[in-house]
Design a protein around this ligand. Sequence first.
Ligand SMILES: O=C(O)CCC(=O)C(=O)O
Length: 286
Amino acid sequence: MTMTALDISPTEIQQGKIAQAHRDRAVDALRTDGFVVLNHVVDPAHLEILREKMLADLPSLLSRPDAPFNFNTGNIQQDPPPFPPFLFRDVLLNDSVAAVTRAILGPGVKNSFYSGNTALPGGTHQPVHPDVAQLWPDLEYPTPAFGLVVNVPVVDMDAANGSTELWPGTHRDTTYSIDQGSFRIPESVLDQRRAVCPPLQPTVPCGSVVIRDIRLWHAGMPNHTDTPRPMIAMIHWCSWWTNNEPINFPKGTEEFFTNSDLKTNARFVEEPIDYLRHNQAYDLQK
Ligand SMILES: O=C(O)CCC(=O)C(=O)O
């Protein structure tokens, strides 16, 4: 299969309106493959600011005795700083991304997550997993999407520095449902799926965004370079999905989140936000 990566034009960005043909292709790719890449939608200058800060934050995050590794010590959960001057509309309220996620999830689509994954040099292959499996067991047909993960790498990302492994079409597989608890896909199942459609690691230039169906099987991958690969992660949900903690932002930033079709499930707090202690380790393999 060929991955769908759409070149969004400067005019579309300036007008804050993605062309309908682009939106339709993105929707089609998300429904068929379970993911799409939108190129040139985030200002590289914003990503440079985020990259510098996230790389500077990393030693402090890693020094936690309970550092929030994901599955193994090669992948760490790293929130970007959730306060000015690090809040950017083209990251948190990106018009092109919001047009695509709204087309799939409907009016009232909302972001309920602002975190990230950093692939550390020399890491290992995570177990392949969906972030959320099908909502019901034994479905005859998969439901439409209910959640979309929006990944914004803050560096160029490819197989060398651990671009996420994606398994096209697996968001439509109905074998696993949330009631089963554990979401690791067994090797025997992966072998069968590989014969139908093998996984890929997309090459994603800095400034691009990867949107994927939250049910898609995927894995964090080894970073073969000597530089960490930070990648911001948000999750857009349909309006009726209420199962999430709000994201903490400082009081005084309320205005930033207005005037967008994308809602943000935000809580505006007075106290300093300890964003580097926010996450816990997940399923650590010793
Ligand atoms: O860092 C990545 O590329 C993906 C990480 C991931 O999928 C996870 O930790 O669940």
